[in-house]
Design a protein around this ligand. Structure first.
Ligand SMILES: Cc1cc2nc3c(=O)[nH]c(=O)nc-3n(C[C@H](O)[C@H](O)[C@H](O)COP(=O)(O)OP(=O)(O)OC[C@H]3O[C@@H](n4cnc5c(N)ncnc54)[C@H](O)[C@@H]3O)c2cc1C
Length: 298
């Protein structure tokens, strides 16, 4: 597994990019944004949750695949009927803001490791093996072996996730209150998605049977029928936190990441990816930031 590290120590994007002295940069922490200020069709700054106005010649939203479309909607940029229903005045009609979300829906198959461990153990690594267990399309199903717990004392598991899901989710505005986005992940809405995730869980069970360890769940009876396995998956389904596509290139932003119809406003995070990439999104998010910086300085 690739990771951001320097001399063996994990490095976050904030540490890598903001950790140095930068005389032309001011970072305000603890300052949540409530909406973008749009004046005469042009972004003029942002309004913070406490009502403070921060004026700007250009605004770049980088609040993530939940935060950025939510801020667009709160600013009146989005599907007009939804905005009106939530009591937000329409500033710019853009029907696809918040629509078409994709992610890697996942389930964890917990296990206790064989003693001595039967799997390779990379020192300092949390996840060491990434198995491509799918064929339709290639690279579509991931079974990820966590050889160390994600948190101290946590369980070991095989994480089974779809990398190229058919299903899409939606972020909506349920109220003009910035603290209350509405979201529907929309996982596993097609039989094709369900079939591949069942395949991933059964592959994980086979790997454990082959000597990796003892499976804690699901039980053999559950694995035996599609209906029971679907019910187990539904009860344990989780996100890979790789949300993408809620302010996508094409319908919401142009190739320079500019929001259609609002001058001086860009989005630079995984919201702009038309569809979730096949594998973790962290490196892609950094690449989007680099690209946005090039566009701004060009
Ligand atoms: C627990 C976890 C583990 C992960 N592990 C991996 C991994 O191993 N490999 C991998 O490739 N990917 C991983 N990811 C996914 C990866 O971290 C994300 O895809 C990536 O960080 C997305 O970057 P982004 O810039 O789009 O948004 P984010 O990194 O989410 O940045 C958005 C920022 O905006 C801030 N924000 C949101 N709303 C507002 C607002 N209204 N006002 C002000 N600020 C706001 C947020 O606090 C946040 O700091 C993981 C994610 C999580 C949560």
């Amino acid at each position: 597994m690739p990771s951001n590290s320097l001399d063996g120590v994990r490095v976050s994007a904030a540490q890598a990019y903001l950790g140095r002295e930068r005389p032309n940069l001011v970072v305000r922490t603890g300052a949540p944004v409530a909406r973008v200020l749009v004046d005469g069709g042009r972004a003029a700054g942002v309004v913070l949750l406490d009502g403070t106005v921060v004026e700007a010649g250009e605004v770049v939203l980088a609040a993530g695949a939940v935060g950025s479309p939510h801020l667009l909607l709160l600013s009146g940029i989005g599907p007009p009927d939804d905005l009106r229903a939530a009591g937000v005045p329409v500033v710019r009609e853009l029907p696809d803001v918040g629509r078409g979300w994709s992610d890697h829906p996942a389930v964890h198959v917990p296990f206790t490791a064989a003693d001595p461990p039967a799997h390779p153990h990379a020192p300092g690594s949390q996840a060491a093996v990434d198995l491509d267990a799918g064929a339709d399309p290639a690279g579509d199903v991931e079974v990820l072996l966590f050889v160390r717990p994600f948190v101290p004392g946590g369980e070991l598991h095989l994480m089974c996730a779809l990398q190229h899901p058919d299903s899409r989710g939606t972020l909506t505005l349920t109220s003009p209150d910035p603290r209350a986005p509405g979201s529907a992940y929309g996982y596993l809405r097609t039989e094709h998605d369900r079939r591949r995730l069942r395949h991933a869980v059964r592959t994980a069970a086979e790997l454990l049977r082959a000597g990796l360890g003892t499976r804690a769940a699901p039980g053999g009876d559950v694995l035996g029928t599609d209906r029971d396995l679907d019910a187990w998956i539904d009860a344990h389904l989780t996100t890979s936190v790789h949300l993408s596509g809620s302010a996508a290139l094409g319908p919401v932003v142009d190739a320079a990441l500019r929001v259609h119809g609002v001058d001086g406003l860009r989005v630079a995070d995984t919201s702009v990816l038309p569809v979730v990439p096949r594998r973790g999104t962290a490196a892609t998010a950094v690449a989007i930031g680099e690209k946005a910086a090039d566009l701004l300085t060009a």
